[in-house]
Design a protein around this ligand. Structure first.
Ligand code: ATP
Ligand code: MG
Length: 573
């Protein structure tokens, strides 16, 4: 491809709205342009990257036995009402009415449509297992569309759905997809970490996320992993081993009301009472689908709202505001505690169980209780892990290792859905024993557009993108430094034609631009190998090969440039 025939509008300056380096580079490299929040044009270079990722995904899905189909983007509300998700997904779903006033939405995922598709079609155990997939645009009205293609409102996803007769079958289908995912990301040029994920609004019995580890703020997701065994989980899901509480043996002391003027936060209370935050219990008041719930965690811990929400099987969960707190507890924010709270469900973190003589809010402005003990001073029924994991805690699996954390971008995930959708929508089959049973399902997503940008977030330097070879828009980028030098132009085009004949995807910068501009743009767009035909080189009949990744420059006699370029191209990963 000649640069002048393509459409590569590179920019000198970073676009103001881009925070992430990958977002900046894709904008500056002429890969993407924003249309509106979370909605982008994919320009020719981007389109090539996306097609390459798509091709890898398609090949690995096909190899794993999945069958490609295309489902509609436009969904009737009835399907989503049937699964019960119309009310759960809420504002993230793009909704509108047709001319007859019927409710429709744009698909953000396709469990409903596919379950309805196989309902009545997959009828006998003999037809299983099956796996159907598509690669298609998805719509989600994200609360915070940001970071370019990482969190868009319109994006491309591969979504696959498996159908089995029982849990064993699902396990096999699931593992096949997990294997395929490792192959996909490996072929795209990066390692991913498979971590346990939350099942959230999807429902179901198990989930994993596939994360590209990045050490930049592009890692929207935090994962915890064990330094000894293979335990790894997202922050939404991660747990840790709770060693028995060392204050357990303390004799119980008398509960006392103490005046703690203006001490509202954990830091203020611990400073005032000169005590470690571990001795405190935080009581967080939530409205859960409109009902008040108090969540209790140790003072030095962070609440994990996902765990709380899952446990309560809630749709909406929000912290109560100051007025609600006053109404429910009779005190200002900062003085809530479990003693004497009436008609409010208490959900207590497991770590609190063994604690003795702790401090809580007294439900009286400017007062706390010290030496609180359960069940003497308050009782509860719901005891469950509702805290965030932390680095340095012990691994919940091997109990030996220490938890560490990393930031990553989730590029894919896998869910064991079980029978949630088949039951709701009535997708049943007749099993060997003649009995009617709901189909056992799995669902498997890969963000194609997110994967493309994750690659940039993972592989770049201060000058631009460094594409992994398998997903680079072109393989080799040829530059001549002076377009009025006929000899240079001819030599460059000879190399260009020869490489093209050998099946390499080549971009030649045929613009009438200064060499400096061409070099800058070449670094920016990040094609793995560059060949430079310049004045000095031609004098001693050489050209230069530059490897984008290592920055290495190699001078090569013109007569041997093509075989050498091919060899180096072959060797670089
Ligand atoms: P997240 O936790 O990041 O919101 P999710 O759990 O909603 O992701 P899924 O519904 O499982 O994601 O979608 C499958 C894949 O689609 C994700 O792994 C991710 O790669 C991609 N994806 C999800 N939401 C977006 C988005 N808003 N923009 C781009 N890609 C997305
Ligand atoms: Mg999401």
């Amino acid at each position: 491809m000649r640069w002048t025939n393509s459409y590569i509008p590179t920019l000198r300056e970073d676009p103001a709205e881009a925070e992430l380096i990958s977002h900046k580079l894709l904008m500056r490299g002429g890969y993407i342009r924003k249309v509106t929040a979370g909605v982008y044009n994919y320009l020719p270079l981007m389109q090539r990257v996306l097609l390459k990722i798509t091709r890898i995904v398609r090949e690995e899905m096909d190899k794993a036995g999945a069958l490609e189909i295309t489902m509609p983007v436009l969904h009737p509300a009835e399907l989503w009402q049937a699964s019960g998700r119309w009310d759960v997904v809420g504002k993230e779903q793009m909704r509108f009415k047709d001319r007859h006033g019927r409710d429709l939405c744009l698909g953000g995922t396709h469990e409903e449509v596919i379950t309805d598709l196989v309902k009545g079609e997959l009828k006998s155990y003999r037809q299983f297992p099956k796996n159907l997939y598509q690669i298609q645009v998805k719509f989600r009205d994200e609360i915070r569309p940001r970071f370019g293609l990482i969190r868009g409102r319109e994006f491309i996803m591969k979504d696959a759905y498996s159908f089995d007769v029982d849990e064993d079958g699902l396990d096999k289908s699931y593992n096949k997809m997990v294997d395929a995912y490792f192959k996909v990301f490996d072929r795209c040029g990066f390692n991913v970490r498979k971590v346990e994920g939350d099942t959230g609004a999807m429902g179901g019995t198990g989930a994993h996320e596939f994360m590209v580890i990045v050490d930049t703020q592009g890692g929207e997701g935090v994962i915890y992993y064990c330094d000894k065994c293979d335990y790894a989980a997202t922050d939404e899901r991660a747990e840790f081993y709770e060693s028995s509480n060392d204050t357990k043996i303390e004799p119980l002391k008398e509960k006392e009301l103490v005046h703690t003027p203006n001490a509202k936060t954990i830091a203020e209370v611990t400073a005032f009472l000169n005590t470690p935050s571990k001795k405190l219990i935080k009581t967080l008041l939530y409205l859960v689908d409109g009902e008040p719930v108090a969540a209790l965690i140790r003072g030095d811990r962070m609440i994990n709202e996902i765990k709380l929400k899952n446990y309560l099987k809630a749709n909406e969960l929000e912290l109560a505001d100051a007025d609600t707190i006053m109404r429910l507890t009779g005190a200002e924010v900062g003085f809530t505690g479990p003693c004497g709270l009436k008609n409010i469900r208490l959900v207590v973190d497991t770590e609190i169980y063994g604690m003795r003589n702790f401090i809580t809010g007294a439900n009286k402005t400017n007062y706390h209780f010290i030496n609180v003990n359960h069940p003497r001073d308050f009782t509860f029924e719901d005891i469950i892990d509702i805290k965030m994991a932390e680095e340095g805690e012990r691994c919940p699996r091997c109990k030996q290792g220490i938890l560490k954390s990393d930031r990553g971008i989730e590029v894919g995930n896998t869910f064991k859905l079980g029978t949630k959708y088949s039951q709701a929508i009535g997708a049943k089959f007749i099993d060997k024993d003649g009995k009617e049973k709901p189909i056992v399902m799995g669902s498997y997503g890969i963000g194609i557009t997110r994967t493309a940008q994750a690659a940039v977030e993972r592989f770049h330097d201060k000058n631009g993108i460094i594409w992994p070879k398998p997903i680079a828009p072109y393989g080799i980028h040829i530059i001549y430094t002076n377009s009025s030098d006929k000899n240079q132009v001819e030599t460059a085009f000879d190399i260009y034609n020869e490489l093209k004949e050998k099946g390499i995807e080549v971009l030649i910068d045929d613009r009438d631009e200064r060499a400096g501009v061409k070099f800058k743009d070449a670094d920016l767009i990040g094609i793995p190998l560059r060949i430079v035909v310049g004045e000095r080189g031609l004098k001693d009949k050489t050209a230069e090969i530059k490897i984008r990744k290592s920055g290495e420059n190699i001078k090569i006699p013109l007569a041997e440039i093509v075989p050498n370029a091919l060899k180096i191209y072959e060797e670089i990963c």
